[in-house]
Design a protein around this ligand. Structure first.
Ligand code: FES
Ligand SMILES: [Fe+2]
Length: 383
């Protein structure tokens, strides 16, 4: 986020703090409980949102050099990301074209991918370059047995993929300019700083938590609550994506400084969080950028959050590495012990029959816009 934008948003937040106001949606929204628990809807949404739209699959700094790769499973789809010899990112289904085993696991650096089952071998472009005991296997057209490519792109230090081979993939239209907003924070200078995987409840319950600060003082009273303004987020929209910027208590110090000295993001006075539809949350922090990739699990009440952090400062010495790991662990603990613990409780509450719908307040515009976007995109997908 460039400084001009930071200042514009900081002014909005300061005005809300001064006046005791919050950004408001034009209306409240009722959301039926079934939108969190209906398995048929859940499946239709995974298909329409996760398998038909570009989604965040990682950060560019995870694959920093030619030959680096990462194997992953995203909503049940085995994915292989490879940075080829020219530094270009490629994505494939991580599926051997012989009999379907994954050709790579974990992450690392490789010039060739050898399937663990019968050792067919593929190069960084996914071409089948080796068939074990080819003379006994018999004839096969290698050119028709390359790894299946998936559409992919890199923008703003993030890796986007499409999980369905051959699907339409207009990344720039989809991002609607949000990538340029993020890119102003120079994500290309980030160094990979670690990953954490967290078990989480229903993915919508998780994403709702990213879209409001109304819960900070209560749910997070022993962690981030005391240092952050509650119920005070600035909301900006980019197509289906939503930016929520929250204010830290010492933002009020800006009032006594000339604007020429304002650096709200660098000085930790604001935190900007971009919720990229459907399930990614990109946080700009003073020390780096974090991508949280929330992915539906195997049932409606389960998801995972894969948190990846890039720091501006490389962890070249043990002390920095320890500090960075501790930073990630603190965020992990707030999410797992506070947000997701509450989320699992909420799921039980929603299932109890206490009510048929929940009401989203005027002061929860991010959550309201998110639900409206889901309805619009699903309606469009269903023609
Ligand atoms: S399944 Fe990969 S070589 Fe047989
Ligand atoms: Fe939270």
């Amino acid at each position: 986020m460039d400084r001009h934008e930071q200042i514009r948003i900081a002014r909005r937040l300061l005005a809300h703090i001064e006046n005791g106001t919050a950004e408001s949606a034009p209306h409240q929204l009722k959301v039926e409980i079934s939108r969190y628990s209906d398995p048929a809807l859940w499946e239709a949404e995974v298909e329409a949102f996760y398998k038909r739209l570009p989604i965040v699959a990682g950060m560019s700094c995870e694959l920093p050099a030619p030959g680096t790769f990462k194997a992953d499973e995203i909503v049940g789809v085995p994915v292989l990301l490879v940075r080829d010899g020219e530094g270009r990112l490629r994505a494939f289904l991580n599926v051997c074209r012989h009999r379907g085993a994954p050709v790579a696991a974990g992450c690392g650096q490789a010039t060739r991918f050898s399937c663990p089952y019968h050792a067919w071998t593929y190069d960084q472009a996914g071409q089948l370059v080796g068939i074990t005991s080819e003379e006994t296997f018999g004839p096969i057209d290698r050119s028709r047995h390359a790894l299946t490519p998936l559409p992919c792109a890199e923008r703003a230090g993030l890796i986007f993929v499409g999980l369905t081979p051959g699907m339409p993939f207009d990344i720039d239209a989809y991002l609607a300019g949000v990538d340029r907003h993020i890119a102003a924070s120079e994500p290309e200078t980030l160094h990979y700083g670690g990953e954490r995987l967290i078990d989480a409840p229903n993915w919508k319950i998780v994403m709702e938590g990213h879209l409001e600060s109304y819960h900070f003082a209560s749910l997070h009273r022993n962690s981030i609550g005391p240092t952050t303004f509650n119920n005070c987020g600035a909301i900006d929209r980019f197509g289906p994506h939503i930016l929520i910027t929250v204010a830290h208590k010492h933002i009020v110090e800006l009032r006594d400084r000339p604007e020429s000295e304002w650096h709200p993001l660098r000085d930790g006075m604001i935190t900007a969080q971009y919720v990229l539809f459907p399930g990614a949350s990109i946080t700009l922090l003073g020390n780096g950028m974090m991508a949280q990739m929330v992915r539906p699990g195997e049932e409606t009440g389960r998801s995972t959050n894969t948190m990846v952090m890039g720091f501006y400062e490389p962890a070249d010495d043990p002390r920095t590495a320890t500090e960075q790991a501790a930073f990630l662990d603190r965020i992990r603990s707030v999410l797992a012990d506070e947000d997701y613990a509450a989320g699992f409780d909420i799921q039980r509450g929603l299932k109890s029959g206490a009510q048929q719908e929940v009401t989203l307040g005027l002061n929860e515009p991010g959550v309201i816009y998110y639900h409206e976007t889901m309805r619009d995109i699903l309606a469009e997908a269903n023609g």
